[in-house]
Design a binder for this molecule. Structure first.
Ligand code: GLV
Ligand code: MN
Ligand code: MN
Length: 412
């Protein structure tokens, strides 16, 4: 059995890296806070007996050798970066649970045919550069030099941030793992929704992962005096953006499955008595069905162009990232179901509304995820919480699943 107390202690220690007054954390990629988190995780990997290294993009990887060093490895992981003022479980749980799995194998003298690797991916969230999954993209070989041009709010590019962190952006190709080098990718994560809580279940089996498209939308009007410019003579960029936001809400709601969010709004010049001349907003649009998402996106853009035309507002939009939904592997799902059955847990199938690194790896190897119950479904918030008991039982399911795959994986 895994040691839930040790896992809980490590979760609380890791929560100190980038801790905010709110009780949450801010750990953006390639920062001191994220470095501190990775250093702590590296020390846990060493305690677990893993051989630790960091690859060309900063992914932290701990390896426990199997009987066959040439066989593909079972990879278990998640991320330790966070959104701004995020919670203590989104990401850290999966990394620390992976270490707990490896340490439990080590302490039990368990030999597996395949190596087990634990990874803390670099920048899953995309909170700094509005472009995420940098580490898993690099592993999958889909991170391009062009991608490294994405900039943060201070106009620092990913490539520049990597250099300042001691990494060489020219070498990202070295992080790429060849096809066939991984038998499966497994991730334990908090659900970040209410399905399991509503069902009264601690653990769920993930069927697939919904995919976001991220865009920037820029509205250009005329700044002017708030007191002297008559209403009919204004070209107010924020009024146009506000109308576009209601379009986003209406179009996403109309499908019943899509979700659309404007999480960031930049208003210029930003004076109380000045008509806004330029507004930039972010759009995060998702669906488990790609065609539905793309239809909603088309409708939003069509209606936004129409309303901007009507208001005499200039409009530009750019894709920041576009992901494809993935289905989890049947073989991995059945291993998770078996583990749940052994523990007397009624396995609940559910889809992931949040995005995860496995989406990038799905072209490389079978991918599977295990969810545990989230209190009130809250995530990307300091109030994010899952109980010690649920973390432990989820990690035990992860342990049994990893053992199953690392011993018997030949049939893939
Ligand atoms: C990551 O957590 C995302 O779903 O955006
Ligand atoms: Mn996450
Ligand atoms: Mn997240």
């Amino acid at each position: 059995m895994v040691d839930g107390g040790r896992l809980w202690l490590r979760l609380s220690e890791l929560a100190e890296a980038g801790k905010q007054e709110s009780g949450g954390v801010t750990r953006l990629s390639f920062t001191q806070e994220e470095r501190a988190a990775k250093d702590l995780v590296a020390s846990y990997m060493q305690e677990a007996g893993l051989t630790v290294r960091e690859d060309a993009v900063g992914n932290l990887i701990g390896r426990r050798e199997g009987k066959d060093p040439d066989a593909p490895a079972v990879l278990i992981g998640s991320h330790v970066d966070s959104v701004i003022d995020g919670g203590n479980f989104d990401g850290p749980l999966g990394v620390l649970a992976g270490i707990e799995v490896a340490q439990t194998m080590e302490e039990g003298g368990v030999e597996t045919d395949l190596a087990v690797e634990v990874v803390a991916f670099t920048d899953e969230e995309g909170a700094r550069f509005s472009f995420g999954m940098i580490g898993s993209r690099a592993l999958a070989g889909t991170l391009s030099v062009e991608d490294l041009k994405h900039e943060d709010r201070e106009s620092v590019s990913i490539a520049e941030a990597m250099r300042a962190y001691g990494l060489d952006p020219e070498k990202i190709g070295e992080a790429t793992r060849p096809r066939g080098s991984m038998a499966a990718y497994l991730e334990l994560h908090i659900e970040q929704g209410r399905v399991l809580e509503n069902e009264g279940l601690p653990v769920g089996v993930v069927t697939g992962i919904a995919a976001p498209v991220w865009r920037s939308l820029v509205f250009k009007g005329d700044t002017g005096h708030a007191g002297t410019t008559p209403m009919q003579l204004r070209r107010d960029a924020l009024a146009a953006a506000a109308e576009a936001m209601t379009v986003i809400e209406a179009e996403a709601s109309a499908t019943g499955s899509s979700v659309g969010t404007v999480g960031r709004l930049g208003v210029e010049p930003g004076g109380i008595n000045v008509i806004p001349g330029r507004v930039e907003l972010s759009l995060d649009l998702r669906d488990i069905d790609e065609a539905t998402r793309d239809r909603v996106e088309d409708r939003i853009l069509e209606r936004t162009r129409e309303l901007c035309g009507r208001r005499g507002i200039g409009f530009e939009t750019e894709v920041l990232q576009r992901m494809v939904p993935v289905s989890c592997s049947g073989r991995v799902r059945s291993a998770v179901q078996t583990a749940c059955g052994e523990l007397g847990l009624g396995p609940q199938d559910l889809a992931s509304g949040a995005a995860h690194d496995g989406m990038q790896l799905a072209g490389l190897c079978p991918v599977g995820m295990i969810f545990i119950r989230s209190r009130d479904g809250v995530s990307h918030s300091p109030d994010e919480y899952s109980s010690e008991e649920d973390c432990e039982v989820g990690t035990e399911v992860l342990y049994r699943t990893a053992l199953d795959l690392a011993v018997e994986v030949r049939g893939f």
